[in-house]
Design a protein around this ligand. Structure first.
Ligand code: PLP
Length: 365
């Protein structure tokens, strides 16, 4: 019965994932694609995401080795870049054996590689801090890191990777500044380069280099903050849905939910939906956040509870218990809900809990 009795579920449409992958690939025709599937495929399920893209992705990227093993278990054989590198030198033999490519972001990792002894084949990426000031070597250190790594007998290819802090803002000058710093830091050094996340892939051709690294856009959310501009033709992979379980008419002035934060301005129909923050719907979504009830756009009323939310049925007075409700996904971008709730689609996807079972819609061949 799990996932069948309660109408709450995250429907995962793998066809949309494939569509988005192809769109991203054609957006960066000169580059190869590293599909970023960390954090359980942004909450979509890493095994099914890896299996869906196994025939097409040039490479996968995750945070660390614990996330990389399920990719192998899913049968995908392409290289896997570990964006956080190794957390301990003891991992290195596993990287060699499984074709994992660690990012090297700190001197302690250079030392660990030097003392790890010879391995016949290991590809690594030097992380360059081009201005985000999170992980990575400062530009002035890069040539020295490269020299030290080149001297090791166990490395095959050494690439260069950086991360963009403001690519989601198409008007920010920071991106081109970072690319200039990146270019200078690795000028004259051989090896592939990679800088573009989703926003870089879709909005900044100068950031494409040899490898693009889209994550959020694979799952169908726009990476840009300028929601007003046309969205790229991405399709939502996840639709979070539930159903009405109660419908009633309330008098004018009736308060709704914990804290009585919303009151009916008139006599009106309201509905109760079987979803709440215990399923991953954001508790901070305010009254007025859009929901689709029976295919009609309506709004959330009052506070989100653990198991339930209340919605306005004035736009769809005919809706009855059992009517489908979409919280985000089909016809309702996750970015819109995220913005209302003061967060980003990334977090919405990652926070969907196991109580909302993933219901997979398989791709057609
Ligand atoms: C998560 C991540 C990405 C993907 O970013 P999106 O904004 O989801 O496209 C790319 N590169 C690195 C280093 C990351 O950590």
């Amino acid at each position: 019965m799990r996932g069948e009795a309660r109408p709450t579920r995250a429907r995962i449409r793998l066809e949309a994932l494939r569509h988005n992958y192809r769109l991203l690939r054609s957006s960066a025709p000169g580059a190869r694609v590293m599909a970023v599937i960390k954090a359980d495929g942004y909450g979509h399920g890493i095994d099914r995401v890896a299996r869906t893209l196994a025939g097409e992705a040039d490479c996968f990227a995750v945070s660390g080795v614990d996330e990389a093993m399920p990719i192998r278990a899913a049968g995908a054989t392409q290289p896997v870049v570990l964006l956080g590198g190794f957390f301990a030198a003891a991992e290195i033999p596993l990287h060699v054996r499984e074709g994992f490519q660690p990012v090297v972001h700190s001197w302690w990792q250079v030392e660990a590689l030097a003392s790890a002894g010879p391995h016949e084949s290991l590809d690594v990426w030097i992380k360059v801090d081009s201005g985000m000031h999170r992980l990575g070597f400062l530009p002035g250190e890069v040539a020295e890191v490269h020299r030290r790594l080149t001297a090791l007998p166990n490395l095959r290819q050494i690439g260069f990777l950086t991360h963009l802090a403001e690519a989601d803002d198409r008007d920010s000058p920071r991106t081109l500044e970072q690319l200039r710093v990146f270019d200078q830091a690795c000028a004259g050094l051989p090896g592939p380069r990679s800088a573009a996340n989703s926003a870089g892939t879709l909005g900044w051709p100068a950031a494409h280099y040899d490898w693009v690294r889209p994550g959020i856009s694979l799952y169908g959310a726009s990476p840009f903050i300028d929601q007003g501009r046309p969205r790229p033709d991405l399709r939502p992979v996840m639709t979070l849905e539930s159903g009405l379980i109660s419908v009633k008419r309330l008098p004018a002035g009736a308060p709704i939910g914990y804290g009585s934060t919303w009151r009916c301005p008139e006599a009106m129909p309201v509905g109760v939906v079987a979803i709440g923050y215990g399923d991953g719907y954001p508790r901070h979504a305010p009254s007025g956040t859009p929901v689709r009830v029976d295919g009609v756009e309506s709004q959330l009323l009052g506070r989100v509870s653990m198991d339930l939310i209340t919605v306005d049925l004035r736009p769809c007075p005919e809706a009855r218990p059992g009517a489908p409700v979409v919280l985000w996904g089909d016809g309702l971008p996750a970015e819109t809900i995220a913005e209302r709730a003061g967060t980003i689609a990334y977090e919405l996807y990652c926070q969907v809990t196991p109580r909302a079972p993933r219901q997979v819609v398989a791709p057609t061949r």
